[in-house]
Design a protein around this ligand. Structure first.
Ligand SMILES: Nc1ncnc2c1ncn2[C@@H]1O[C@H](COP(=O)(O)OP(=O)(O)O)[C@@H](O)[C@H]1O
Ligand SMILES: [Mg+2]
Length: 216
């Protein structure tokens, strides 16, 4: 049986990682074979690529170099992790995938969407998610959450993307909504301004929809 592939997308601070952990715990408790992974950083070379792409550096990375690093990570990630898991019948949940590149490097950085489409196709070999959840949150709310997360954990450091101005984040958000409008069969938009439990109920509903599709 072929597995399923679902991606979680949206701005930093929208709650992807929070929701992904909850969804994974719930599915594992039900006995589902789940593979949780993320981009950038899901491949063996991923940790190094992730730090190159996200770390705040003295030396900036030009947008095209950033794009190529992300796509290199994706190419490795798809072959090494995602495809084998789907083929063995697992339920794969990935924190960011191709839509993040369209939203951040396309919408945010202004790189050519056709170029991004081509590179996404090369990196994935044509693999597309069966379902994508876009967690849509107000830019100001996302900023508040990121400040809180940084203060609470002392942990997850600000990335190069967190340092971008509000206009950048507005463009990323619009790009995600644009993707959802163009791919209504694949993409579900969830209002992520609401409390964690309320958002989680929507996540569970969509995940169950995909699992049922799987059983047919
Ligand atoms: N629905 C929510 N309401 C309020 N705070 C939230 C919500 N979802 C997540 N958070 C908090 O916001 C911060 C960012 O969430 P996180 O899951 O790390 O987002 P992302 O992975 O999308 O960047 C965390 O501190 C998390 O606990
Ligand atoms: Mg996260």
């Amino acid at each position: 049986m072929r597995g399923r592939f679902i991606t979680f997308e949206g701005a930093d601070g929208c709650g992807k990682t929070t929701q992904l952990r909850r969804a994974v715990d719930r599915l594992r408790a039900l006995g589902v074979d789940v593979v949780a992974t993320r981009e950038p950083g899901g491949s063996s070379a991923g940790a190094e690529i992730r730090s190159l792409v996200l770390d705040r550096r003295e030396r900036p990375i030009v947008p095209v170099a950033e794009l190529l690093l992300i796509e290199a990570d994706r190419a490795q990630h798809v072959v090494e992790t995602i495809r084998p898991a789907i083929e063995r019948g697992a339920f794969v949940i990935c924190d960011r995938f191709t839509d993040a590149t369209v939203a951040y490097q396309g919408g945010g950085r202004g790189l050519d969407p056709a170029l991004i489409g081509t590179l996404n196709l090369i990196a994935t070999g044509g693999l597309e998610p069966d379902m994508t959840l876009v967690f849509d949150v107000d830019v100001s709310e996302a900023m508040r959450r990121l400040d809180r997360r940084a203060a609470e954990s002392g942990g997850e450091a600000a990335t190069r993307f967190d340092l971008e101005h509000a206009g950048f984040h507005d463009r990323v958000r619009s790009a995600y909504l644009d993707i959802a409008g163009k791919s209504p069969g694949r993409v579900r938009v969830i209002d992520a301004n609401r409390p964690i439990e309320v958002v989680a109920a929507d996540v569970d509903r969509f995940v169950e929809e995909l699992r049922c599709r799987c059983a047919i």
